[in-house]
Design a binder for this molecule. Structure first.
Ligand code: CUA
Length: 363
C-alpha cells in the first residue's frame, strides 16, 4: 500500500519536473525565436524606416557596405564549406550497431591536406587585407574640395556641440549639411573632438563610426545625396546617459542649407522691453554655461542657445522640442536625463513659465 503510494507520488513528482523543464525550454525557444525575428527584421526591414547599415545613402557608407558584402560573401562560403563537411562527417560516420568491436582506421597526417588548409586561408586573408586597406586608404585620403562644408563636432557628456568655424555658426545635436548634387558637390568634412571622455560619432546610413578622443582630433567626411533627417547616436560608452546622446544629421537641398546658414548667422534680436523671462535667465546661473549670441550670455559648457527654437529636439536629442518638454526640461533636467550636468534651479512655476517664454523667442 505504502510502496504503491510512494511510486505514485514519485511518478507525479517526475511528471511535474518534466513539465517544468518543458515549460522552461519553451520559454527559451520563444526567446530565441524573438531574437532571431528581431535580427531578421533589422536586416529585411523597410530601409526608409530603420537606420540600417545595409541601406547607405551617402559616401563613404556605400563604399564600406560594398567591402563588407565582399567580406561577408567570402566568410559565408567558408562557413558553408566547413559546416557542410562537419554535418557530412557527423552523419556519414555516426555510431552504428556493431561498431564496438573494431576501431575505425586511424589516419596520421597528409601533406596535401595540411598544405591546402595552410596556404588557402593565407591567400584569402591576404586578399581581404588588400581589399579592406584599399577602402580605408581611399576614405582616409580624401581631400576636401574647395566647396566642402567644414564643421567641428565636439562630444560632451551627453550632447554634441557643432561648430562651423568658417560660417560663424554654433549649434547642438543637429548637424545640418547640404546634399551633394551632380554639378554641385558639397561633402561635409568633420573634425571630431571631445570635451571629456571618449565618444563615437555614428550615423549608420552616412558613414562608419569614428571616435571622438580627448586631446586628439579625428577627421571624417560624409557626402549624402538625398535630403532627409538621418539618425545616429554615440557609439562608445561614455557614462550613464550614453544611450541618450543622439545625433541627427539634417541633409538639405543646397538652397535650403544656404537659407539655414543665413538664419543661424543672425544674432538674437535684443528685446526692447526687458521682460521677466529674460531677467530670470540672466539672473540665474544659466549664463555661466550657455551662450546667446548678441547678449552677455557667453558660457561655453552647455549648448549654444542662440537659435534654440530652430532645433527639433532637446536634451541631446532625447525629447521633441515642444513647449511642454521645454518646460519640463527647464524645471528639472534630472527628471528627463538623470545625471546630466544641468542642475535643477529650484524655480517657481511662474519663473519657469517666464523663462520658457523667453527661450521660445530664440528662433
Ligand atoms: Cu557619448 Cu557614448
Amino acid at each position: 500500500m505504502t510502496s504503491g503510494r510512494k511510486l505514485t507520488s514519485s511518478i507525479s513528482a517526475t511528471l511535474i519536473r518534466l513539465s517544468r523543464i518543458a515549460a522552461k525550454s519553451r520559454r527559451q525557444a520563444f526567446a530565441l525565436i524573438f531574437i532571431l525575428g528581431g535580427c531578421a527584421q533589422q536586416v529585411f526591414a523597410d530601409p526608409s524606416e530603420v537606420t540600417n547599415i545595409f541601406s547607405p545613402l551617402s559616401q563613404p557608407a556605400q563604399e564600406i557596405k560594398e567591402t563588407s558584402l565582399l567580406v561577408l560573401a567570402v566568410c559565408g562560403v567558408i562557413f558553408i564549406i566547413v559546416a557542410g563537411l562537419l554535418i557530412y562527417a557527423i552523419v556519414r560516420y555516426r555510431h552504428r550497431a556493431g561498431d564496438e568491436a573494431s576501431e575505425p582506421p586511424q589516419v596520421y597526417g597528409s601533406n596535401q591536406i595540411e598544405l591546402a588548409w595552410t596556404v588557402l586561408p593565407i591567400l584569402i586573408v591576404f586578399v581581404l587585407i588588400l581589399v579592406t586597406s584599399r577602402t580605408i586608404a581611399d576614405i582616409q585620403d580624401r581631400k576636401p574640395p574647395p566647396t566642402a562644408v567644414q564643421a567641428t563636432v565636439v562630444g560632451h557628456q551627453w550632447w554634441w556641440e557643432i561648430r562651423y568655424p568658417e560660417l560663424g555658426i554654433v549649434t547642438a545635436n543637429e548637424l545640418h549639411v547640404p546634399a551633394s548634387t551632380g554639378d554641385r558637390r558639397q561633402p561635409a568634412f568633420l573634425k571630431l573632438q571631445s570635451a571629456d571622455v571618449a565618444h563615437s560619432f555614428w550615423v549608420p546610413q552616412l558613414a562608419g563610426k569614428t571616435d571622438l578622443i580627448p586631446n586628439k582630433e579625428n577627421l571624417m567626411w560624409i557626402e549624402p545625396t538625398k535630403p532627409g533627417t538621418y539618425l545616429g547616436n554615440c557609439a562608445e560608452y561614455c557614462g550613464t546617459q550614453h544611450a541618450r546622446m543622439l545625433m541627427r544629421v539634417v541633409v538639405q537641398s543646397p538652397d535650403e542649407f544656404d537659407r539655414w546658414v543665413k538664419e543661424q548667422q543672425k544674432n538674437v534680436q535684443v528685446a526692447t522691453n526687458d521682460d521677466e523671462g529674460r531677467k530670470a535667465f540672466f539672473a540665474n546661473s544659466c549664463v555661466n554655461c550657455h551662450t546667446i549670441r548678441g547678449t552677455s550670455a557667453q558660457g561655453k559648457f552647455g549648448p549654444d542657445l542662440t537659435h534654440l527654437m530652430s532645433r527639433e529636439t532637446l536634451a541631446g536629442g532625447v525629447v521633441p522640442n515642444t513647449a511642454n518638454n521645454l518646460r519640463r526640461w527647464v524645471r528639472d533636467p534630472q527628471e528627463i536625463k538623470v545625471g546630466c550636468l544641468m542642475p535643477n534651479m529650484q524655480m517657481t512655476d511662474q519663473e519657469v513659465d517666464q523663462m520658457v517664454a523667453y527661450l521660445q523667442t530664440l528662433k
